[in-house]
Design a protein around this ligand. Structure first.
Ligand SMILES: Cc1ncc(C[n+]2csc(CCOP(=O)(O)OP(=O)(O)O)c2C)c(N)n1
Ligand SMILES: [Mg+2]
Length: 364
């Protein structure tokens, strides 16, 4: 008698890909909203600032990658390249004292919230002049003065901290909104669900945003999570949205609308922004789970190229003016590399500093 084939216990749902685990489409990008910057209330100067910021994030990381490969620093290095429209569109949409917190893919967030290229690069190099005094490295950029509460390494671990920031803001009645970012890999962590539950219950002014870049390390989002990510909100009766993250205007428009609504109603939102990560998960990723063709397809939607084309077509600035901006950014990044290279390492005593908020817990 033929043995009945054993059913797999874990039946993957959705698009399971070929034998190598490859899938047809990493992430379906919704249409960009295609409104002009004037219609969105953005000035010409703001649009060129957006361009400068996105270009800075890109060049900073390209140089960082080079320095890593040269052996200037080690450890983890997760690049944000491809996702710059999300940090930039969000920072322009929020108020400057609204709180932002994110996971470890955090360089772009630091730069858009006042970490200078020098302080950022020095942090990567593990130097005392880094934004976290050289003790955090790539995954722990922060600039609390400008309400950027940092990058965190444990997937989903920072989400309750985001909820805590929102709780504090509500308690103090200061009108601030908290935007808590995470990757698609965090959507099934219990910490997210506990936080969504309490946020809805306590009516917290928070926006929980998933940057769905198609992959969690080497696992496609379609293979690690069931259904559509934004629908997670339904279980909590939470307002939700999904939109394109490769167009800075689309991010700006949606985040502006959502943040104003959250500020007014004191009710949270759950948002999925769809994007694509161009580089590997970290520097040690051979990227066998995706084809070159797939990467190239998404690079056609590049947020920086898209904005550049818009700026030139709509005569917001000339090609020459943009090239000048690019040169200045390039120079600032090279200066940052030199600064980081020459900066001192933290002193041994620094090991005991910054462990506790307020008074030192113990003296040595
Ligand atoms: C709790 C926990 N489990 C596993 C890891 C190892 N890990 C580091 S990054 C990562 C993938 C996260 O992917 P995603 O949330 O999509 O973020 P992305 O890298 O795409 O920005 C995993 C599993 C971790 N850091 N924390
Ligand atoms: Mg991801």
């Amino acid at each position: 008698m033929a043995k009945k084939k054993q059913e797999a216990i874990f039946t993957p749902i959705g698009n399971n890909g070929d034998d190598n685990g490859r899938i047809d489409k990493a992430v379906d990008l919704p249409e960009a909203t295609n409104k002009s910057h004037k219609k969105l209330g953005l000035s010409d100067d703001q649009v060129t600032e957006m361009y400068e910021q996105m270009f800075l994030q890109r060049r900073f990381e390209e140089r960082a990658m080079q320095m890593y490969q040269k052996g200037k620093f080690g450890g983890f290095l997760h690049l944000y390249i491809g996702q710059e429209a999300i940090s930039t569109g969000t920072a322009f949409a929020l108020k400057n004292d609204d709180d932002i917190i994110t996971a470890y893919r955090d360089h772009g967030w630091g730069l858009v919230r006042g970490v200078t290229p020098k302080a950022g690069m020095a942090e990567l190099f593990g130097k005392a002049d880094g934004c976290s005094k050289g003790k955090g490295g790539s995954m722990h950029f922060a600039n609390v003065k400008e309400h950027f509460w940092g990058g965190y390494g444990i997937v989903g671990g920072h989400i309750p901290l985001g909820g805590g920031l929102a709780f504090a803001n509500k308690y103090k009645d200061n009108g601030r909104v908290t935007a808590c970012f995470m990757g698609d890999g965090a959507v099934d962590q219990g910490a997210l669900h506990e936080t969504l539950n309490m946020s809805q219950l306590w009516k917290l002014p928070a926006i929980y945003v998933v940057e769905n870049n198609g992959y969690s390390m080497g696992t496609a989002a379609r293979r690690h999570t069931v259904g559509e990510i934004y629908e997670r909100a339904h279980g909590y009766g939470m307002k939700n949205a999904v939109f394109n993250g490769m167009d800075v205007f689309t991010v700006y428009e949606n985040m502006k609308k959502i943040s104003e609504e959250v500020r007014k109603d004191n009710m949270p939102y759950f948002v999925e922004i769809r994007t694509y990560r161009y580089r590997g998960h970290s520097m040690s990723d051979p990227q066998k789970y995706r084809t070159k063709g797939e990467l190239e397809e998404y690079q056609q939607t590049d947020p920086i190229e898209r904005l550049k084309t818009y700026i030139i077509d709509k005569k917001v600035a000339t090609k020459k003016e943009l090239e000048e901006i690019e040169e200045q950014v390039e120079e600032a990044v090279l200066e940052a590399v030199e600064f980081a290279d020459n900066a001192p390492f933290p002193k041994d005593e620094a090991l005991y500093e910054d462990m506790f908020a307020g008074e030192p817990y113990f003296h040595h």
